[in-house]
Ligand binder design. Structure first.
Ligand code: BGC
Length: 381
């Protein structure tokens, strides 16, 4: 049975909102609707929250994994298409998802051999990707039911998700209290704000893992998207995709996206780094100042005219060209997702930072609050 509630409150009080004088806060027209999505294996009910703005842009997000299940975005004629890969049912997300649309934590991307030292103590994490630890382990933040703060969500027409990752969960130290806020603006932006606190020193790297195809999910591969990444350097990787520790110039390599270039133009070049990644699967060192919300990347798909800009406060960006997709995942509407049918732009701290003291730190101490913001902004040209 579908429970359906329309949450149509304004970000201050209703009255003040109607008078449009909400202490300088811009009033967005976004509405949010809630419906039952299904149950986890443990029997916990999870919900689907639909955020919609005045242009018809629509995001459906479930509190299971904080997953963006669909994202409808207009093309240059105003026609909407779903630009993220995903499944038709919760059961498929639970059964086997390559992190489609989810929040990733406690540590996004890889930690070499699943080991790190923190304040003289050695931690050993699950090995779930070759010889390494990936995306938080066996049951990362993509596989848990987040708690929705209904009161806060209602007040701001935003989706507020909380998760308490207990001390020792997936062998990470410290109870980590994480909050992720999804919102949508009338400027066709999907905004994600992360914050976290801990009761013991720990390592954290949170990101979002949507696979995009601006021509529409399931509509072929993403090789004809033009991509710009505002980064002069990247972190080269070893055969297990662990950074070597070096920051290398992108100049003269297929990883140079300072000049907007089609993803497919150099993806099969004879260059060790694209060979090792099976295409693009690297962390770019963003040019913008750290901790300041600035442009990281821009993707453009010419048949639809859709443009997606990624802005972030993070220092790095993982551009993953969907190299491990191979048609085994049958997605929305029964469409198979073949090789490189989607690409991810994951804003982050660098992979394996706990073992690379020269990288920006991912250590979070008690008394500190991690904050991070990423915006996916859509337009047309
Ligand atoms: C990683 C890939 C991985 C993918 C999904 C990306 O963030 O960089 O190597 O295959 O996530 O599993």
């Amino acid at each position: 049975m579908k429970t359906s509630v329309i949450l149509t409150t304004l970000s201050c009080s209703l009255l003040i909102g109607l008078l449009s004088s909400c202490s300088g806060t811009k009033q967005e027209s976004t509405t949010m609707e809630k419906s039952l999505y299904g149950k986890t294996a443990e029997g916990t009910e999870v919900f689907l929250y639909t955020l919609r703005n005045k242009h018809g842009m629509e995001a459906r997000i479930t509190n299971y994994g904080g997953t963006v299940v669909s994202l409808l975005v207009p093309d240059r004629d105003g026609k909407l298409a779903d630009v993220v890969l995903g499944f038709d049912s919760l059961a498929s997300y639970i059964a086997d998802s390559p992190y489609f649309g989810s929040i990733i934590g406690r540590y996004g991307n890889r930690i070499g051999k699943g080991n790190f030292d923190l304040n003289g103590v050695k931690y050993t994490l699950a090995i779930n990707n070759g010889a390494n630890h990936l995306h938080g382990g066996l049951k990362g933040f993509d596989k848990v039911a987040w708690i929705v703060d209904e009161r806060e969500s209602k007040a701001g027409k935003v989706l507020v998700l909380n998760y308490l990752s207990k001390d020792g969960e997936e062998e990470y130290p410290g109870s980590l209290s994480v909050k992720v806020v999804y919102s949508m603006t009338d400027s066709n932006e999907l905004k994600i704000e992360y914050s976290a606190t801990t009761d013991k020193p720990t390592v954290v790297n949170l990101t979002h893992h949507s696979y995009f195809n601006l021509a529409g999910a399931g509509n072929g591969n993403i090789l004809d998207h033009e991509l710009f990444i505002d980064a002069d350097r990247f972190t080269p990787v070893d055969p297990g995709l662990i950074p070597t520790g070096e920051l290398k110039s992108v100049r003269g390599t297929p990883l140079d996206f300072i000049t907007p270039t089609l993803i497919g133009a150099r993806i099969n070049d004879v260059y060790d780094q694209v060979k090792v990644g099976g295409g693009y699967d690297h962390n770019w060192v963003l040019n913008k100042p750290a901790n300041v919300l600035g442009i990281a990347a821009r993707a453009y798909e010419k048949t639809s005219g859709r443009v997606m800009e990624v802005l972030t406060t993070e220092p790095g960006l993982q551009f993953y060209s969907g190299n491990f997709l191979n048609g085994t995942h049958v997605g929305k509407g029964g469409r198979k997702y073949d090789h490189r049918y989607g690409f991810c732009l994951e804003t982050q701290h660098f992979p394996d930072s706990p073992n690379k003291p020269q990288f920006p730190t991912t250590v979070l101490n008690p008394g500190q609050t991690l904050t991070s913001t990423t915006v996916y902004r859509f337009s047309v040209k």
